[in-house]
Design a protein around this ligand. Structure first.
Ligand code: 5AD
Ligand code: SF4
Length: 482
């Protein structure tokens, strides 16, 4: 899962549909703030839907909200600290102004911190785990009635929210998230997700396909299919097993003009069938976020990642053979338990070998209940962790820049997502390979596919000249003819 720091679900700088006056009058207003991964953004859309269906209004204005909900992340300690600060802020606002404000913690921090948040710190009125969002209206009612905190942190083996139509607040009207599975059974030694989000379960095919079809009808041009471990998707459908490759193939048939991405995947579930879907379907993007976590086989074993360095590198080679030009991003952890200098060097050499276009790089942070917390010692000193992480970031920044420089002179089909942050005269969008491109606005609008010739770059962004509007099908046809 890619971490998006401090992503507010309801921010003013997005083209979100504004609330109508009718909604805002006479209803209790909820302010919802989202931390962590794309899955949490998607979950907040479910929460918004449940609340709206039950007569609540949604507001961008925390100062005038009746209910403040924080959808939280527990993946690293600093993510939790950020949420605690926000909670103290809202608690202070409530006390100072004597407001009848209800404060709730949703998502990954709920289960583990429920006792602390409720009893020791008395920070919250509501604690709701990731599988209990349908229960939110009842819990709000309960805390209103009793004046006591209300809690539901039960994890489910079935809940996929398949029948709930997400309210897409944080949307540019072009790209949307579609959640297809929840939970994780992998138990990587460092990771708290299996404890906060529970067991893996996949959403039925029909409800996924119908959600994507509706998005297409509403003009969306890109979906990112989401799950903690999306490529382990598996369901029985009409008497046959549908795996992730098959699901992706079926989604790709919905519209030739809909781009499809997914996040996040595990190397063990990246099958050749899946790679062939990337190769054969022009609208399944040539890009995989394929977290490796580390470059040394012994560390990978300690991390319980179930593959060796060589197996991972073979997978990258296979993907590049089946699907030439495919681009990769990854997640890396520096300073895991027992990591030696030589093992760290293996991460650096793997980064050079693979040539990722992008990486999310983290310092190891011990999480309660995990295998690593129970069995290993967090013994790499902080200063060494920091130094190793800096080396990793510096190396990867250079690799990303070199890969971007190699794009100069190339043409890409870019889906326009909006106006560039730097200038109103420029638009931005992404290539099939997930690289951000900035170019002159001309007459192009959000949702257009535009052919862009790359003329310049930084390590993070490509800069280009637009050549003209196009369609995905036209570009696919051109590739076949070539
Ligand atoms: N410490 C540091 N990074 C972690 N991640 C998961 N757990 C931890 C941890 N305890 C990273 C992994 C994962 C990404 C979402 O967060 O790289 O892929
Ligand atoms: Fe965590 Fe590993 Fe599951 Fe990813 S695959 S959510 S890192 S346990």
């Amino acid at each position: 899962m890619n971490l998006i720091p401090d992503l507010d679900l309801l921010t003013d700088d997005i083209d979100a549909p504004k609330l109508t006056t009718d909604e805002a009058v006479g209803t209790r207003q909820v302010y919802l703030e989202t931390y962590g991964c794309q899955m949490n953004v998607s979950d907040s859309e479910i929460v918004a839907s449940v609340l709206r269906e039950n007569g609540f209004g949604l507001t961008h204005d925390a100062d005038h909200a009746d209910v403040v909900l924080l959808n939280t992340c527990a993946i690293r300690e600093n993510a939790e600290q950020k949420v605690r600060h926000r909670l103290s802020h809202f608690r202070a606002a409530k006390t100072k102004h004597g407001r009848d404000l209800k404060i709730g913690v949703l998502g990954c921090m709920a289960e583990r911190l429920r006792e602390k948040l409720l009893d020791q710190e008395k920070l919250v009125d509501l604690v709701v785990g990731p599988d209990a969002y349908r229960d939110l209206p009842r819990l709000l009612h309960e805390t209103d009635e009793t004046g006591q905190a209300a809690v539901n942190v039960l994890l489910s083996r079935e809940e996929t929210y398949a029948d709930i139509a997400p309210v897409r607040y944080d949307t540019n009207g072009v790209s949307a998230f579609v959640s297809i599975m929840r939970g994780c059974d992998n138990m990587c030694a460092f990771c708290v997700v299996p404890f906060t989000r529970g067991r893996e379960r996949s959403r039925p095919v029909t409800s996924i396909l119908s959600e994507v079809s509706q998005l297409v009808e509403h003009g969306y041009k890109e979906v990112t299919v989401l799950g903690q471990n999306v490529n382990s998707y598996r369901v029985e459908h009409d008497g046959t097993a549908v795996d992730f490759a098959e699901l992706l193939y079926r989604i790709s048939l919905i519209s030739p003009e809909l781009r499809i991405r997914y996040s996040t995947s595990h190397p063990k579930d990246c099958s050749d069938d899946l790679l062939r879907v990337h190769a054969e379907r022009h609208n399944v993007c040539n890009y995989i976020h394929l977290p490796v976590q580390h470059g040394n086989t012994d560390v990978l074993q300690r991390m319980r990642r179930t593959y060796t360095r060589d197996e991972y590198l073979d997978l990258i080679d296979r993907a590049r053979t089946i699907c030439p030009g495919i681009s990769f991003s990854t997640d890396i952890i520096a300073g895991f338990c027992g990591e030696t200098e030589d093992e760290h060097q293996d991460t650096l050499s793997l980064l050079e070998h693979v040539g990722y276009d992008h990486a999310y790089m983290f310092m190891y942070s011990e999480r309660p209940d995990t295998y690593a917390a129970r069995k290993y010692t967090d013994d790499v000193p902080e200063a060494i962790k920091k130094r190793r992480l800096t080396e990793i970031i510096q190396l990867q920044t250079g690799i990303a820049r070199a890969r971007n420089e190699a794009e100069i002179g190339q043409e890409h089909t870019v889906l326009v997502e909006g106006t560039s942050k730097r200038s109103d005269a420029q638009l931005y969008g992404r290539t099939d390979t997930n690289k951000v491109v900035v170019f002159d606005r001309k007459d192009f609008i959000k949702g257009d596919y535009v052919n862009v010739r790359i003329t310049d770059c930084t390590s993070a962004t490509l800069i280009g000249t637009p050549l003209g509007k196009t369609t995905l099908e036209t570009e696919a046809g051109r590739l076949v003819v070539a």
